[in-house]
Design a protein around this ligand. Structure first.
Ligand code: ATP
Length: 440
């Protein structure tokens, strides 16, 4: 596995991800997705949405407000319990999550021993004020997860979509947590994105649906190009789980900085709907259309971080190899991002062999045509070898070279990122050729 520094440097150099507010010295672990990063991220979210929402008859999506009535967070227990244990070193005033360090060891920042304060519970909800008055009545919170909107909106979604249990509500969107120690690049930030599903089932069927979602998550990780050897399915033991959960699996990934959580899958019983029903006074029960039985459905919750997905997709895609051909530069290291084709920011790069109008004008026109269907880069600077290298580094599956022979034989050369094989293809057959290779 590659070191994080290499990935962070490539991400910055090629415009995937860079420090946010950089011209002002940044802002505590905030990151901005650049042109390639935002495309990659969008591809991940679109693929997820297509797979788990629009391709299924038992799923619907929502897009709820980031700021919800604070009563939502009272009912869900976040205001009282969404805390991390905080300790501070009295020597250097660095703050740590007490469950992430050894309190008997020296301070990781200043090296002094015995300087940690008593633990305090630190609430991670990010606060702000709504409206002109900054008083207690105006305090609201940015959502720390997307999940609660699926419970709060459960009744309206079920009634308007007329879905029958079992069915699920999905949402993709931002969440905010005032993490004590953000870090490890985009692994832990205070502003991040989630893709979550609340899947509503009959209590008697929860085990079957849990298993099915576990397989769905494995299949999704396979689609993302993740080697199963880098994954660990951690069954959370009795006593460690939330009191309402009969089964929780943390899907962990072997990051360069250790084995840590990537996703979570939890059986939440009817805990959330029950809390919201009690707090709001609104009957949230579902009526079975066949038996007329009224009940609160139970919930299976697959919870995925978008940014952690993107980090893992990049880590898995990163390959270094010795360049093999003279064109590639025999002694150089070739860096290739082997993204799954569906996720690659650019699918195609159009590379005319010369900047001269006789090649660049028709090459630009061909690129414009391909761009209607696939994201297509255009690059006419530097040697062809350097341009191939750049496209490899950003993971473009196919490079199309437009050369002087093209003017005579109306054919272009298509180079495959993974095999580096080159094939001569007639321009009139190019779209069909690429569609077959890309598979979409
Ligand atoms: P951790 O133990 O790493 O703090 P968590 O158990 O608190 O994570 P959940 O509340 O289950 O995380 O959130 C669901 C998913 O959202 C996580 O599996 C992860 O992918 C993502 N996520 C949670 N917190 C962050 C964060 N601070 N930055 C980026 N992604 C996050």
């Amino acid at each position: 596995m590659i070191e994080m520094e290499k990935l962070v440097s490539l991400a910055k150099r090629r415009g995937f991800i860079f420090p946010g507010s950089d011209i002002y010295g940044g802002l505590a672990n905030s990151w901005d997705y650049g042109p390639l990063g935002s495309e990659l991220k969008k591809n991940i979210k679109d693929a997820w949405w297509k797979r788990f929402v629009t391709s299924r008859d038992d799923m619907v999506g929502i897009d709820a407000a980031l700021i919800m009535n604070p009563k939502v967070w009272e009912a869900s227990g976040h205001l009282a319990h969404f805390t991390d244990p905080l300790t501070e070193c009295t020597g250097c005033h660095s703050r740590f999550r007490a469950d992430q360090i050894d309190l008997n060891a020296a301070c990781p920042t200043c090296g002094r021993k015995g300087t940690f304060t008593e633990l305090a519970q630190f609430n991670m909800m990010l606060k702000t004020f709504l409206g002109a008055k900054e008083d207690a009545a105006a305090v609201v919170y940015f959502r720390p997860e997307t999940a609660q909107a699926m419970f709060a909106d459960f009744k309206q979604v079920q009634e308007t979509s007329r879905k029958r249990v079992p069915f699920g509500i999905a949402q993709v969107g931002k969440a905010f947590r005032n993490e004590i120690t953000p870090g490890n690049f985009i692994f832990r930030t205070r502003e991040f994105e989630q893709m979550e599903v609340e899947y509503f089932v009959k209590e008697s069927e929860w085990e079957k649906h849990f298993e099915s979602w576990l397989s769905e998550m494995k299949a999704w990780l396979d689609f993302c190009g993740v080697d199963p050897k880098h994954l660990n399915f951690h069954e959370i033991e009795d006593g460690e789980r939330a009191h309402y959960s009969k089964r929780t699996v943390d899907i962990e990934y072997q990051y360069p900085f250790g084995l840590k959580e990537l996703y979570g899958l939890a059986y939440r019983g009817d805990y959330d709907l029950k809390c919201h029903q009690e707090k709001s006074g609104v009957d949230l029960r579902y009526t079975d259309p066949e038996t007329n039985e009224k009940y609160l459905p139970h919930v299976i919750e697959p919870s995925l971080g978008v940014d952690r997905t993107l980090l893992v997709v990049m880590l898995e895609a990163y390959h270094e190899e010795q360049a093999r051909t003279a064109e590639e530069g025999e002694t150089d290291l070739r860096v290739v991002m082997r993204f799954p084709k569906a996720l690659a920011p650019f699918k195609i790069a159009m590379l005319p062999l010369s900047k001269k109008d006789e090649l660049s004008v028709p090459a630009r026109a061909l690129a414009a045509k391909l761009r209607q269907r696939w994201t297509t880069d255009y690059d006419e600077t530097q040697s062809i070898g350097k341009r191939y290298r750049r496209q490899d580094e950003i993971g473009t599956p196919y490079c199309v070279t437009y050369d002087f022979d093209t003017l005579n034989d109306q054919s272009v050369t298509v180079r495959d990122r993974d095999t580096m094989q080159q094939e001569r293809v007639k321009i009139e057959a190019l779209e069909a050729y690429l569609a077959a290779k890309l598979g979409f």
